[in-house]
Design a protein around this ligand. Structure first.
Ligand code: ADP
Ligand code: NI
Length: 224
């Protein structure tokens, strides 16, 4: 009896890269193929220091934003379903497919209010890599790109994060992109999972703080 040989690790990765590039054509600049590429490279680096299944890490990184619910009417099962269909067509082992779809489902776990319903060392690595891409120089570029996509102001001293506006007033205003730093980007360093992820996050965090300081001094004509 002959069985079809399963694809090798590099062949599966090549096929997945081609699939993801094709699926993400025309995606908004912060969620495009190059976001995936950076998360993939970063995840591989972090994985060097962790005891993980590298195929699961790489596929999780490559497929984690294959159908972001933000851009698909809030449908949170579309991404996992698309990834599963693709991986099954490649004859990828069932347990690998299962681990990858769980990463896609749980990578955006916000911390705080939601119970952690799934955890794996591979999810820890991919989540760190995804969070790192929202920090530092690239993270700043992505935030302003997203704000531009939503036609938001860069900064507005009247809607500044330290203004203590009421929640209602804040929600009805077009929150400036600078506010996003205080709502999310500056909180990320305390949400990292792995030691190497934490170290990278610390330096990207320091860079963002320095950036904000420069931003405010330029805003007020006081930059050197
Ligand atoms: P993830 O893809 O990691 O789950 P998001 O989709 O929330 O995270 O964010 C993706 C990118 O878009 C990040 O770089 C994030 O900073 C940026 N982004 C999300 N929401 C905003 C916002 N309100 N203003 C500026 N940037 C945003
Ligand atoms: Ni992402």
């Amino acid at each position: 009896m002959t069985t079809t040989p399963q694809l090798t690790h590099p062949a599966i990765i090549d096929a997945t890269v081609a699939y993801v590039k094709q699926e993400l054509q025309g995606a908004e600049g912060g969620h495009d193929w190059w976001h995936i590429y950076r998360v993939w490279q970063q995840a591989k680096q972090i994985a060097l220091h962790e005891d993980v299944n590298l195929l699961v890490v790489e596929l999780g990184a490559l497929l984690h934003d294959i159908a972001d619910s933000k851009f698909h009417g809030g449908d949170e099962e579309l991404g996992p379903a698309k990834a599963a269909a693709f991986l099954e067509a490649q004859d990828v082992a069932e347990e690998v497919t299962e681990a990858v779809t769980q990463i896609i489902r749980h990578i955006s776990f916000k911390g705080g209010n939601h119970a952690r319903t799934y955890w794996s060392p591979e999810l820890a690595v991919v989540q760190d890599a995804d969070r790192l891409d929202a920090m530092g120089a690239v993270g700043i570029a992505r935030a302003f790109n997203y704000g531009g996509f939503k036609n938001r102001p860069l900064y507005d001293p009247a809607i500044a994060p330290d203004m203590q506006m009421s929640k209602e007033a804040y929600k009805s205003s077009a929150a400036p992109t600078i506010n996003h730093f205080y709502e999310k980007l500056l909180l990320l360093k305390d949400r990292m999972n792995t030691p190497s992820g934490k170290a990278l996050a610390a330096s990207r965090h320091a860079f963002m703080e320095q950036y904000l300081e420069q931003f405010y001094s330029e805003w007020n004509g006081q930059a050197k």
